[in-house]
Design a protein around this ligand. Structure first.
Ligand code: CA
Length: 226
């Protein structure tokens, strides 16, 4: 079942949207401000966000930009004004689509369905290896259904290892893939330090790692299972 987060402070409109999508078989969460929306996004698996432009504790464009720093989750913006500049800046903030108020709920439904169809075919949002699961949209990592908290660096390292599961990766390969884009200098210790942090979180016996194995003289290999 697909889950939609409705971030809209107009309660009647929010209820109408929730009713329409629940009736269509979606699961919905509703929030009237950014603070609550953020909390729901952290706590639940959300497939799409309907995001109002004007919210009591901030504006939808800024929130959309913030979401885009860590997630590709589909976003439809609801804009109250039909000024072209607003629409353009909304889209530049990374929204996938927008609708100008007032709109009919059947049009919103059609847009949501089209957007979900479009984004479903894109690169996988979840990587699975054995009992481990990485939600790429939310940068969250799970063992079975239990979330394992990881830092941004650990997330990048883990993604690279999991994408290349079963392949021996040299230390140089790992380091360059992790930090090239940022251009930040990283000293040699960063890799072993982060590897041992991850092992402490993932391995049954971190001293005898079976999931992130060391390949002596070369680097590491992800052995989390298929
Ligand atoms: Ca509003």
């Amino acid at each position: 079942m697909k889950t939609i987060l409705i971030l809209e402070d107009d309660e009647n409109l929010s209820r109408g949207i929730a009713f329409t999508f629940e009736r269509d078989g979606y699961h919905t969460f509703s929030a009237g401000n950014i603070k609550n929306g953020k909390r729901m996004l952290e706590q639940h698996k959300i497939d799409l966000i309907i995001l109002d432009l004007g919210l009591p504790d901030g504006n939808g464009i800024d929130f959309c930009k913030e979401i885009r720093t860590y997630s590709k989750i589909p976003i439809i913006m609801l804009t109250a004004c039909d000024l072209e500049t607003d629409e353009v800046s909304g889209l530049l903030a990374g929204a996938d689509d927008y609708i100008t108020k007032p709109f009919s709920l059947s049009i919103l439904r059609a847009r949501v369905e089209a957007l979900l169809r479009r984004t479903e075919d894109e690169s996988p949002h979840v990587m699975v290896s054995g009992k481990f699961r990485m939600n790429v949209d939310l940068c969250k990592f799970f063992r079975e259904n239990e979330e394992i908290p990881i830092s941004t660096t650990e997330y990048r390292l883990l993604s690279f290892l999991m994408i290349n599961a079963g392949q021996v990766l040299s230390k140089e390969q790992i380091l360059s893939s992790l930090w090239d884009n940022e251009g930040n200098f990283v000293d040699e210790n960063t890799l072993p330090v982060n590897i041992s942090r991850l092992r402490a979180k993932l391995e049954e016996d971190p001293k005898n790692p079976q999931i992130i194995k060391t390949v002596h003289g070369i680097g590491y290999i992800w052995n989390g299972g298929v």
